[in-house]
Design a protein around this ligand. Structure first.
Ligand code: C2E
Ligand code: MG
Ligand code: MG
Length: 624
């Protein structure tokens, strides 16, 4: 505490009476106190103002005092001080300063310049209404009122109390502006300033420096499955482990023991950075990187769970990977991103070649993060047709992203990124909820849709809580489970088939329908699928495209339909674009089709119109 209070409190006094200013000087010290008037005059005036023997005890070291003689000079002094970034903590204003404007006038002007400063209005007159002034010059808790004659102790204690409060507030503001409250580490602002200084030094001395960009792998999963408070604890542990990794390393520890280490920062979320301000050569950073990765990957026990949280790390070196703060950070970020793609729990140096592709992905990823909140996602619906009856038997919900900055981004571009970054989890939840709500809304409007197909990404499918999420969604929306069909890709099923079977059984128990999407592209044999409790196979578009001319595709389509029929699975053909394909498929007893020939995926209002004409005339039911 004593340590912190060393800094003098900056005080400004405005009074038109030089004698009164002298008294302030003698109470509060400061630059003018040495020039105080003759001892007798002083004593006399002090006695007049304060009563008693008029000898106040000055506490000079605690204050830094500036005095002015009128209201305008006070306003100018405040402006000057702010420009020099040395604002006053407390300002004493005399109420009456004839012939110029009064203290209340000055207070109002000062408040517009400095919203934080505490103002004390001093007056000998009883005609001033403090309530009225407080209302005119808010905030009320920063305006004080001092009635003359005052006792020196009163002035000094007021200045001390208010000044210390202001210093404490300023410290908190500083702390919030430069430090992350969760981990206590410097924040992005601080790091950028620190990096800027380090770059200048490195440039001057022709040295290299490195920036390490660290991001936890799958942090989002921890947050989503165990809750934010566990996520916060994980970040705190990470901050401690990083501090330990960086402290123990020769390259960075130029700090005297006990001094806060400022070369480590939390940029936000689960992103951390380390600055290696003096490295002999770029490769030196690798040692620190390995140490950090090892420390972070140590097992930990959190909220009753044993877990290992790995991280990915990118390195950018000054000057070759960037000569300014922004470029260096961006390069390190990109290198980190590359490390993630190469298999996580690893580090990568930045290289120019990763620039273009990675930049695009990074841009997409960062925009996609905000897409849900900014209402940029929507669903289009593509009808599915029963070949026997010629009626719409279902719709597939297909995700669309209209980014304000990038325009329409095709699913094939953003879905892989959503999957790699884990964003597909919240996005998939949104899709599921929105599609189910739509079926419910259509039903409420008298438009019965027998089935809504929703695509489920492999990452979503393997989440332990996925069947529970589906159950809760259906329940919350009040939708019969048999109206929902989940499309899972063949690869998601084959990858970890034991767990896949278990998840499928749980979903089946709920009553939802299950389809294998893009069948034929995952190199699995049909016989492997016999153990899976499925309802439908969707033959991938690539096998339909060249029908009926391609003998190979004809053979595949024929075999898939025949085997699926024998396994009691329904078959739907994707990407049907012409009548020749339909004739072929119907001939082979394919149950359903989906494709541009029936309709392209439609925005919700057009899909609704389509539904109203439930029987589609273009494809007539076969003659019995
Ligand atoms: P998919 O599930 O196989 O969806 C069918 C894709 O084929 C859709 O592409 C659809 O527009 C397109 N298509 C349908 N009929 C025809 C046709 O006759 N000719 C041609 N050339 N194309 C046709 P889209 O909408 O671009 O979606 C691509 C893929 O993105 C989807 O393939 C699916 O794997 C994925 N996807 C779409 N929405 C979601 C979603 O909500 N979640 C997840 N995880 N994946 C989604
Ligand atoms: Mg699909
Ligand atoms: Mg498909």
């Amino acid at each position: 505490m004593a340590e912190r209070n060393k800094e003098p409190i900056r005080i400004l006094v405005a009074d038109d009476d030089p004698a009164v200013l002298s008294v302030y000087r003698s109470i509060l010290g400061g630059e003018g106190s040495a020039r105080s008037d003759g001892a007798n005059a002083m004593k006399e005036l002090s006695a007049r103002l304060f009563g008693g023997d008029g000898t106040p005890q000055a506490v000079r070291a605690q204050f830094e005092l500036a005095c002015v003689g009128d209201a305008e000079a006070a306003v100018n002094a405040v402006r000057d001080a702010l420009e020099k970034r040395r604002p006053f903590a407390v300002i004493f204003l005399d109420m009456r300063m004839p012939p110029g404007p009064d203290g209340a006038w000055a207070a109002a002007r000062i408040r517009t310049l400095d919203t934080d400063v505490d103002i004390v209005i001093a007056t000998a007159y009883a005609d001033v209404d403090p309530w009225e002034i407080s209302e005119r010059i808010p905030p009320v808790d920063k305006l004080f009122y001092l009635q003359k004659p005052f006792h020196p102790h009163e002035v000094r204690q007021l200045a001390l109390a208010i000044g210390r409060k202001a210093q404490a507030e300023a410290r908190i503001r500083h702390q919030l502006a430069y430090f992350d409250p969760l981990t206590g580490l410097p924040n992005r602002n601080f790091f950028q300033t620190r990096l800027y200084q380090a770059i200048e030094l490195a440039r001057r001395h022709s040295r290299q420096l490195a920036v390490l960009f660290i991001d936890l792998d799958n942090f989002k999963c921890v947050n989503d499955t165990l809750g934010h408070s566990v996520g916060d604890q994980l970040l705190q542990i990470t901050a401690k482990r990083l501090t330990r990794s960086v402290r123990g390393c020769d390259v960075v520890t130029r700090h005297p023991p006990g001094e806060q280490l400022h070369d480590l920062a939390r940029l936000g979320g689960d992103e951390f950075t380390v600055l290696l301000a003096e490295i002999g050569k770029g490769e030196d950073a690798a040692g620190v990187a390995v140490r950090i990765l090892e420390n972070l990957a140590e097992p930990l026990h959190l909220a009753g769970h044993d877990m290992i949280v790995t991280s990915s790390l990118g390195i950018a070196v000054f000057p070759q990977d960037g000569e300014d703060v922004e470029t260096l950070l961006k390069s390190a970020d990109m290198a980190m991103y590359h490390a993630k793609r190469m298999g996580r729990n690893s580090f990568q140096y930045f290289s120019r070649s990763m620039n273009e592709g990675a930049l695009k992905r990074l841009t997409l990823e960062s925009r996609l993060r905000r897409a849900i909140d900014q209402n940029e996602l929507s669903l289009h619906y593509q009808p599915q047709l029963d070949l026997l009856t010629g009626e719409v038997c279902g719709m597939e919900a297909l995700l669309r992203w209209e980014s304000t900055e990038l325009g329409q981004v095709p699913p094939m571009e953003f879905i892989p990124i959503a999957e790699e970054s884990g964003l597909i989890i919240p996005i998939g939840e949104w899709v599921l909820r929105t599609a189910c709500r739509q079926v419910r809304a259509w039903r409420d409007a008298g438009l019965a849709l027998s089935r809504m197909a929703v695509n489920v990404s492999a990452l979503q499918f393997v989440q332990a809580g996925f069947p529970g999420l589906v159950a809760r969604t259906l329940e919350a929306i009040g939708l019969e489970s048999c109206r929902l069909e989940l499309e899972v890709t063949e690869t998601a099923l084959i990858k970890d088939s034991e767990n896949a079977i278990d998840t499928l059984r749980k979903l089946k128990a709920l009553g939802v329908k299950l389809a294998v999407d893009d069948f034929g592209t995952g190199y699995s044999s049909l016989s492997r699928l016999k153990d899976f409790p499925l309802d439908r196979l969707k033959i991938d578009r690539s096998f339909i495209r060249a029908l009926p001319s391609s003998p190979g595709d004809k053979a595949i389509a024929t075999a898939v339909i025949a085997m699926a029929n024998s396994m009691n699975l329904k078959v739907i053909a994707e990407g049907v674009e012409n009548d020749g394909q339909i004739d072929f498929l119907r001939d082979r007893n394919c149950d359903e089709i989906q494709g541009y020939l029936v309709s392209r995926p439609l925005p919700v209002d057009q899909a609704e119109d389509f539904l109203r004409k439930t029987v589609v005339n273009r494809v007539a039911p076969p003659v019995p």
